[in-house]
Design a protein around this ligand. Structure first.
Ligand code: FES
Ligand code: MG
Length: 572
């Protein structure tokens, strides 16, 4: 147990030096009397609320409930507005800025008088960003997931954000949806605060955070607008105060077993392929080296039990009523490490005591899984020497073993300009290849990976094709899309050498991705290849470009992923 003099914030507020006097004077200026804060744990609440982030629009108010919990437990809450990464609005992609928020998180926690942190967010990149920064800062930390939005509705249909946007846009392109329908869909797709309620990146990563042990049990599945979400926020605020006294740092929670359990859970959820990149990056901040091979090995042992779109039928609201993540985990305990501790200070097993499943279709029993094998397969071959991934459970099975002629697009603009041109002669058997969309080339590895199917094929009823890129794909997307090809084309990965008509073979059972062109020919093409110019000449983009790692390494900055401590600032 810590004493008040052991608190980190005591270096700022305690003591008899000039600076201590100044810090106390400024706390009076903030309107706090000495007995309101001196000797109490200072809890930094990092809030990603913004007017432009619909997934976090409730967090401004929810921070008040966190503060309520902090006060009740005898702490002193201070809210820090931090960068908001809105998946919908931030261009070219919030992935470009994940590491920026991670840096902001780490540096704020280190440079201010903070004893413990509450991290608030949930839209896609926010969860990994906050946790990467918090892991590097190493303070007691608890994550308050934003919670999924309610189900969407349209003309008696249940709509999933993201997933049904893609689906109905294809219907629009095929000429089956008019302006009236489209405007109704606009109003029905996303109808409450909260992050995407499909098993997209947001639900995947907040669930990963829960199983890692950095949220209160059950926190990740609570819909954003449910009153239980208010209570969870207050309870998290109360808990972080005790975690400070107990010196229960995030470093003690995030061990190798935690990351293994996160992979297992993400796979059982049929979660987003983005989790592969984020978990590798997050583990790196905890000094743990995860690889694509770890995902593939675990995937072969873990069945998909969550029947949630896009891989399944239901949505996060249904998942919550069916028992939520604790319900799912209660069916996986033999594959997890139930002895390790979480923010509760107690073993994970205790968090799962009493967890039950109330709907065997939403959360399947082990004997009746959505898929017998985990949702992500890792591919290798001469087209992806560093690896690539495919969410094969969201693809038409006839395409999982397929050879077809490549149709190549140099970047996303080229793709948009030409994809519907019948002169390209694309058939349902063609393999669509998009390059120039990786971490450096994209830049920021945008979610272009679900390449559109040509209009004329959509009209013929084609709904899936083999697609290959160095991009990512939204977790709400689906299809036979090979993603994260490493190294990317921008740095001369083999994707840069593919030409129209080259046969490409995808073999998911064999875990291979091959360009059927002989080595001598590829060597000639490589000799003729010239590197594209850098994407940025100055600013954050230039910093990003100088330090970003490839997808198989998690796309962290090399200088952040590095081991080694950072000295505490002198507070005098
Ligand atoms: Fe924020 Fe989907 S847009 S989670
Ligand atoms: Mg998304």
């Amino acid at each position: 147990m810590k004493a008040p003099e052991d608190l980190r914030s005591h270096r700022w507020f305690g003591g008899g030096e000039l600076r201590n006097f100044s810090h106390r004077a400024r706390a009076r200026q903030l309107g706090y009397a000495a007995d309101e804060h001196l000797g109490k744990p200072v809890i930094g609440i990092l809030n990603t609320w913004s007017d432009i982030n619909p997934c976090h629009m409730h967090l401004r108010e929810r921070a008040e409930q966190v503060k309520r919990g902090v006060w009740q437990a005898g702490g002193f809450p201070l809210e820090f507005p931090v960068a908001t990464l809105s998946e919908t609005y931030q261009k070219p992609t919030p992935m470009l800025y994940r590491n920026l928020l991670a840096m902001e998180t780490e540096e704020l926690l280190r440079s201010y008088p903070v004893d413990g942190a509450v991290l608030m967010g949930g839209c896609d990149k926010t969860t990994p960003a906050l946790l990467m920064g918090a892991a590097s800062a190493g303070l007691p930390s608890i994550f308050v997931p934003a919670g999924p939005m309610l189900r969407g509705h349209w003309r008696g249909e249940v709509l999933g954000s993201g997933t049904d946007m893609w689906k109905y846009w294809d219907e629009r392109r095929a000429g089956r949806i008019g302006d009236q329908e489209l405007s109704e869909l606009e109003r029905g797709l996303a109808r409450s605060p909260g992050h995407c309620m499909t098993m997209g990146t947001a639900s995947t990563m907040t669930s990963a955070a829960e199983v890692l042990g950095v949220t209160l049990p059950g926190a990740a599945s609570i819909p954003a607008v449910d009153s239980a979400h208010h209570r969870m926020a207050a309870a998290s605020g109360a808990r972080i105060v005790d975690m400070v006294w107990e010196d229960l740092t995030i470093t003690k929670i995030l061990d190798e077993r935690a990351y293994a359990d996160a992979i297992t859970t993400v796979l059982a959820l049929g979660g987003s392929t983005n989790a592969v990149i984020h978990l590798i990056a997050m583990a790196g901040r905890s000094g743990i080296s995860l690889s694509l091979a770890d995902f593939d090995a675990i995937a072969r042992q873990v069945p998909v039990l969550a029947n949630i779109r896009p891989g399944g039928d239901w949505l996060m609201e249904d998942f919550y009523y069916a028992g939520g993540l604790p319900g799912l985990l209660s069916r996986l305990t033999d594959l997890l490490h139930p002895d390790r501790i979480t923010v509760t200070g107690r073993p994970l097993a205790e968090s799962l005591a009493g967890a039950r499943v109330h709907d065997d279709d939403v959360i399947r029993p082990r004997g009746n899984p959505v898929a017998a094998e985990g949702g992500v397969a890792v591919l290798r071959g001469n087209l992806a020497p560093g690896g690539a991934v495919i969410k094969h459970i969201a693809a038409e099975s006839r395409l999982l073993t397929h050879t077809g002629p490549a149709v190549v697009f140099d970047d996303y603009r080229d793709l948009q300009a030409r994809i519907d041109d019948p002169a390209l002669g694309i058939t349902a058997d063609s393999v669509l290849v998009l390059r120039g969309s990786g971490p450096l080339g994209g830049p920021g590895m945008p979610e272009y990976g679900m390449l559109p199917i040509p209009k004329y094929l959509l009209a013929e009823g084609v709904r899936d094709m083999v697609r290959i890129s160095d991009a990512r794909m939204s977790g709400t997307s689906y299809g036979a899309c090979v993603l994260h090809v490493a190294p990317e084309s921008h740095v001369g990965g083999p994707l840069a050498l593919v030409r129209d008509g080259d046969p490409v073979t995808l073999d998911v059972p064999g875990r291979t991705l091959r360009l059927e062109v002989d080595d001598a020919e590829l060597a000639d093409r490589r000799a003729a290849w010239t590197a594209p110019p850098p994407r940025f000449e100055r600013g954050y983009g230039a910093l990003y470009s100088a330090h970003i790692t490839q997808a198989d390494e998690g796309c962290d900055f090399d200088f952040l992923a590095r081991a080694g401590g950072t000295a505490e600032p002198d507070a005098r």
